[in-house]
Design a protein around this ligand. Structure first.
Ligand code: ADP
Length: 199
């Protein structure tokens, strides 16, 4: 952008990672509403926190009520929602934090865009694969019932599409795996990713 010349700050991401003794990156949980993204992210965060790893969870509650309160669930606004979350995550990753983001994020192109913003190496995609039937049976927030009655438009899985990831880093099937098993699987994957090496 014209006339915006970046200042060369002297404390870098690498410096922060070194002093925290772990890498920082974005772990992105995608899946239908009620699939288990927040539940699993919450357990993973608790375990990371116990190990003194700096973490933060971004989800619909702290994003859609605040910075993105001007956005709807139309395809265009969903794209903008994800773009802003990716930019916020990018800053937090630069600040040395392991970000756990739990968003339906139904469009493949939007998830590809996150990868471009934070860079491939800083992105871990976790697909919480729970069938629409199971999510509707759980109906944690009562949204599916409302969507069936036509009270909610653009409900992913009912009246809006969900494009499942083809090559996620981790895939969890919550109809076969418990919350604890899922968390262990994710934490195992993260062990190497967290290791900060001063190359
Ligand atoms: P999301 O964040 O994807 O919208 P939530 O985590 O809010 O979903 O809700 C998922 C619901 O499913 C919770 O009530 C949770 O207790 C339940 N659940 C049942 N089995 C599992 C499982 N194996 N993994 C994750 N959640 C599960």
């Amino acid at each position: 952008m014209k006339n915006i010349i970046p200042h060369n700050f002297q404390v870098s991401k690498a410096d922060r990672n070194q002093s925290n003794k772990h890498n920082s990156f974005l772990m992105w949980f995608t899946g239908l509403s009620g699939s288990g993204k927040s539940t699993i992210a919450n357990v993973v965060e608790q375990e990371l926190h116990k190990k003194r790893i700096k973490t933060y969870i971004l989800d619909g509650d702290n994003i859609r009520k605040g910075i993105n309160s001007d956005l709807s669930f139309s395809p265009k606004d969903r794209t903008e929602n994800i773009r802003r979350i990716a930019e916020i995550s990018n800053l937090m990753v630069d600040a040395g934090i392991v970000v756990l983001a739990a968003f339906v994020s139904p469009y493949k192109k939007d998830r590809e865009n996150i990868k471009k913003i934070v860079k491939d190496v800083n992105f871990v995609e976790v697909y919480i694969n729970t069938s629409i039937e199971e999510c509707e049976r759980r109906d944690v927030k009562g949204l599916y019932e409302k969507a069936r009655k036509g009270e909610i438009k653009n409900m992913t899985g009912i009246s809006a599409p969900y494009e499942a990831p083809e090559n996620p880093d981790i895939e969890i099937n919550t109809e076969r795996e418990t919350v604890e098993e899922s968390a262990i699987k994710i934490l195992d994957f993260l062990t190497l990713k967290l290791q900060y090496t001063n190359e």
